[in-house]
Ligand binder design. Structure first.
Ligand SMILES: [Cu+2]
Length: 543
């Protein structure tokens, strides 16, 4: 009898845990570790590793490199030349669509790579295999390692914090508590920021977001360690400090993850920030990771914290992805024990127990009902892993190299395999297909220029009986070290839906009202049928 009950319990648990309609598949190889990655066109992702001797990433001159462009159509990578060390650096788009990479680490001992701490690199995305990274002789105002970058409402880039040399936890003598703004004409002047002094020693890769609306519109929300502040970058003053967030340490090496949740016109783009995972104790490599989250409403004059769990799975070094429906946020990758950092020379693992099961966060459900565990992967994604939404609504997952160099052995070898994760929302409903956008039928060849508030005519096909049709615009973000820099998703109003032939519809989609809600730059527009995204989003440039 007891046995029977136990087997029923086990069976029931399996049904609760595994979502059968989420899937994983291995599709390609990256050639370099995906330490940093960002969608740069609808078919290409730039991948930046640190200076490393990657045997398969061979340039035409026979040398190896540590950056590549991954092609989502061919599932092949194209090695990209670099000359400075991009170890633990940052990236963002300018409003005009040019990609900027800054900062890095010391000269390499294994390949010819010079000091990258003050590196500034440009990349003009292409889909013809011709574009290259251009490293400039101009330098950052000061050395930065583990800095954060975000596109500003003016189309410039804010570059924030970091340390002046590589380290475990940060310290006063290595701290770089400054920020600088990059504009298209390259203006670099550092300003001090006290918040990055007050948050020592856990302030590396600070989480930073433009506040879209409400009382604090246009200010920045900055979170590090357990502290956060609403900050006026123009005047360089802290406008409001929030109370300490509940739960453990959220910043490197006790690495948690954070995001500004998707924004909706239905609640007037009310900004809500969520931080999850991490570790309660530094240098306790067998300590379980944080199974906690904290959420705050930045639409409030006095934001406070609501504590939640992390979907039942302790997780350090998680990655976060806004799914295209704008209601569900995916958390994946990382480990359930330990902290971020390389396996030591003596073989001590800083993290173990890969957290293979993704969790889905349904942001509008009541507390206690927001989490769903999805189908697990079989590939550990430890330190230096990433994930990104791609234009077909699925999730591109790659990376993992907790070894100081390229290493095919050990418990967690250097991982080049790419996986595509298919979330449950891709099955169950017919998928719209956008056939015309702003009267153009040639889509995703170059970004279609759109303006704030513009009513854009669209045509799409959809078989069967249409369900509820919605629209969103997404910037998938620059992913590194549990950061999703500039990742942003906004619900779009869709009106005047009309049938214009068999299985063909026309409608108007309204772009977001202003650049605080969605900073300028390249983005992807989705149409969804009952929450199931279209076959391919449309690449636009807003601003
Ligand atoms: Cu790193």
């Amino acid at each position: 009898m007891g046995h029977k009950l136990l087997s029923w319990f086990i069976l029931a648990s399996i049904f609760i845990v595994a979502y059968v309609d989420a899937q994983w598949s291995v599709t390609g190889m990256t050639g370099v570790t995906s330490m940093h990655a960002m969608m740069v066109t609808p078919t290409t992702i730039i991948i930046i590793d640190k200076a490393e001797n990657n045997p398969a990433a061979v340039l035409p001159d026979g040398t190896t490199t540590w950056a590549a462009e991954y092609n989502l159509v061919t599932n092949k990578f194209r090695p990209l030349k670099l000359s400075t060390n991009t170890f633990c650096s940052a990236g963002a788009f300018f409003g005009n669509g040019t990609f900027l990479s800054t900062a890095g680490g010391e000269p390499s001992k294994v390949v010819t790579a010079s000091d990258g701490y003050r590196g500034i690199r440009y990349f003009q995305p292409c889909q013809d295999g011709a574009c290259q990274i251009i490293e400039t002789p101009s330098l950052l105002s000061s050395a930065r390692w583990y800095n954060a970058m975000v596109t500003t409402p003016t189309g410039d880039i804010l570059n924030l914090g970091g340390s002046v040399q590589s380290t475990g936890a940060n310290s006063a003598n290595k701290n770089n508590p400054t920020f600088e703004i990059h504009s298209a004409n390259g203006n670099n002047k550092a300003s001090p920021i006290q918040f990055l002094v007050d948050t020592l020693p856990y302030n590396l890769y600070p989480f930073v977001h433009v506040i879209p609306n409400g009382l604090w519109q246009g200010y920045y929300f900055i979170f590090a360690n357990k502290a956060s502040v609403i900050y006026d970058i123009t005047k360089n003053v802290a406008v409001k400090a929030l109370p300490e967030a509940p739960g453990g340490i959220r910043s490197y090496p006790c690495t948690g993850v954070a995001t500004l949740l998707p924004l909706d016109y239905l609640d007037n783009y009310n900004p809500q920030f969520l931080v999850c995972g991490g570790q309660s104790n530094f240098n306790q490599f067998t300590n379980p990771a944080e199974n906690t989250c904290a959420r705050t409403n930045l639409g409030s004059p006095n934001p406070t914290w609501e504590a939640d769990d992390f979907g039942g799975i302790p997780r350090v070094m998680p990655d976060v992805v806004h799914l295209a429906d704008g209601y569900n946020v995916l958390f994946l990758n990382g480990a359930s024990v330990g902290q971020a950092g390389y396996i030591t020379g003596g073989g001590t693992l800083l993290a173990s127990k890969p957290a293979l099961t993704p969790v889905l966060y349904s942001m509008n459900k009541p507390l206690g009902k927001r989490w769903t565990q999805l189908t697990a992967s079989t590939i550990p994604r430890m330190y230096h892993s990433v994930a990104s939404l791609i234009p077909d609504g699925s999730v591109w997952v790659s990376g993992s190299n907790p070894n100081e160099n390229y290493n095919t052995g050990g418990p967690f070898p250097t991982e080049f395999r790419v996986e595509i994760f298919t979330p449950p929302y891709l099955s169950g409903n017919a998928r719209p297909q956008i056939t015309a956008f702003k009267n153009q039928t040639s889509l995703n060849v170059s970004p279609i220029q759109v303006a704030y508030n513009e009513a854009v005519p669209v045509t799409y096909t959809l078989t069967g009986t249409p369900g509820t049709i919605t629209a969103t615009i997404a910037q998938p973000g620059f992913h590194t070290h549990s950061q999703a820099m500039s990742m942003r998703l906004v619900h779009l109003q869709i009106t005047n839906i009309a049938s214009s032939g068999q299985n063909t519809f026309t409608a108007n989609i309204y772009m977001p009202p202003n650049s605080f809600i969605l900073p300028p730059g390249p983005h992807y527009v989705f149409i969804l049928n009952n929450g199931t995204p279209c076959a391919k989003a449309v690449w636009v440039l807003i601003g």
